[in-house]
Design a protein around this ligand. Structure first.
Ligand code: PMT
Length: 402
């Protein structure tokens, strides 16, 4: 039962807009306080009076409405919400959200909202299947937006296929489960804590066109950033070069070399309660970076490398250091090497994963971890990196509060 939660419902203009009225009724039944925002085209399909009567609150549709700004300005409305759901979401509003356009109240609220956002699409099946719509939806997913539906079936336009708005009762159920998850037990929460995470590879230049790097995609570190956000943390993500979109609401610091990552992490470490080193930092970098492209000459060539500073060990050496969590990426003797790193680097926890195997590790969607701390250990079985990140964040929160 989700009592006292603030749900902001965005209604965009489609024939399914009438179903949003039922959604308000169901949310109210669950004890939530509901406010409704409508786009201009939604006003063509259903009257704001319906939502006002059902929610007991005024309905908002104008971005620049002085009366509304006095009562509940758009930024306050975004701050007020514990969850923001857009249902029905047309192809147009999905495209606007994915490109960050903010030319009306609903799309502006999306950019201003810091709470979890959910989108329930509803449109003609051909529009849903269009590659552009699919790309936009994928982009929203990468930004951490929950997509609910759509369902398959008969459509108002007479066609059959995917594009029907999910049933209000299913949307309501989905949101209630998500809100209950948000209300984590205190031992699982990082509410209000600052969490610093490193992710991705580093690049160590050899000359203007070449560098040494590794296979890290950043997926594990970015999933941890999202999971820490979901647990209520303020997240700073120090990222090496990756092709991922950072979760909405993280403070992203982009770096390239191990030296830059060291500088960024150390400068932020003391502002944070937790540091998670998920990045695959180069252990060595070339002693000389050639100013010009290195020419092909002898049959054999060698590189002189210098050991890089160890970011994780240096964080652990700080006075009043954050709770420090490392990763161990191993091709052999996983448990032995991981426990050795836990002790040698003097950190609080280490998450060991196999790399170079068929499943898991670098660049995979899946991973498994064996987590060690000084007084115990826990195996987290192979699953998606986002689920694994959630489990690891829960474990970190538990150990932190222990
Ligand atoms: O990015 P993905 O494709 O999703 O892949 C995820 C991952 C396999 C990269 C990730 O799960 C992982 O294991 N990250 C750590 C990789 C690594 O560099 O492991 P390591 O065993 O070499 O290093 C041990 C720890 O020391 C790590 O926390 C590392 O960030 C840290 N380190 C290493 C060297 C260095 N100079 N400074 C460091 O802080």
């Amino acid at each position: 039962m989700t009592i006292n939660k603030h749900i902001l419902l965005g209604v965009s203009g489609g024939i399914a807009a009438y179903k949003a009225a039922e959604l308000v009724r169901l949310f109210k039944k669950q004890g939530a306080d509901v406010r409704v925002v409508m786009t201009k085209s939604a006003l063509q399909f259903i009257s704001p009076l319906t939502f006002q009567a059902l929610s007991g609150n005024s309905v908002h549709s104008e971005l620049l409405d002085t009366d509304a700004e006095n009562a509940m300005g758009h930024i306050n409305l975004a701050r007020w919400a514990d969850a923001f759901i857009i249902a029905p979401a047309t192809a147009n509003i999905i495209a606007k959200l994915s490109y960050g356009l903010a030319d009306d109240l609903l799309s502006t609220l999306y950019l201003a909202a810091t709470c979890p956002v959910y989108v329930a699409p509803a449109m003609n099946q051909a529009m849903w299947n269009n590659a552009v719509t699919q790309e936009n939806v994928e982009k929203l997913k990468r930004h951490g937006i929950g997509i609910i539906g759509p369902e398959q079936g008969d459509q108002a336009c007479g066609e059959i296929g995917f594009g029907r708005l999910s049933e209000p009762v299913d949307i309501c159920k989905h949101l209630m489960v998500a809100l209950d998850k948000q209300a984590l037990s205190p031992s699982q929460s990082l509410q209000g804590l600052n969490v610093l995470i490193s992710a991705g590879p580093t690049r160590e230049p050899l000359d203007p066109v070449r560098y040494l790097t590794n296979r890290s995609s950043g997926k594990m570190g970015y999933a941890l950033a999202q999971a820490a956000l979901n647990a209520g943390a303020n997240v700073t993500l120090v990222s090496g070069p990756v092709s991922l979109v950072a979760p909405k609401n993280v403070h992203l610091i982009k770096v390239e070399t191990a030296e830059q990552m060291h500088e960024a992490v150390i400068s932020k470490a003391l502002e944070n309660a937790v540091y998670i080193g998920a990045a695959a930092v180069a252990d060595y970098s070339p002693v000389i970076i050639q100013a010009e492209k290195i020419k092909k000459q002898d049959d054999q060539s060698s590189l002189l490398l210098r050991k890089n500073k160890d970011i994780l060990a240096d964080v652990a050496k700080l006075d009043k250091r954050p709770f420090t969590v490392g990763f161990a990426a191993e091709t052999d003797h996983l448990e032995v090497y991981a426990q050795d790193k836990l002790v040698r680097k003097n950190i609080d926890m280490i998450a060991a994963n196999w790399v170079g195997r068929e499943q898991g590790g670098f660049d995979s969607e899946l991973n498994a971890l064996h987590v060690f701390w000084k007084t115990g250990d826990k195996k987290l079985v192979m699953t998606t990196k986002s689920q694994l990140a959630e489990q690891l964040i829960n474990l970190i929160a538990e150990r932190l509060h222990a």
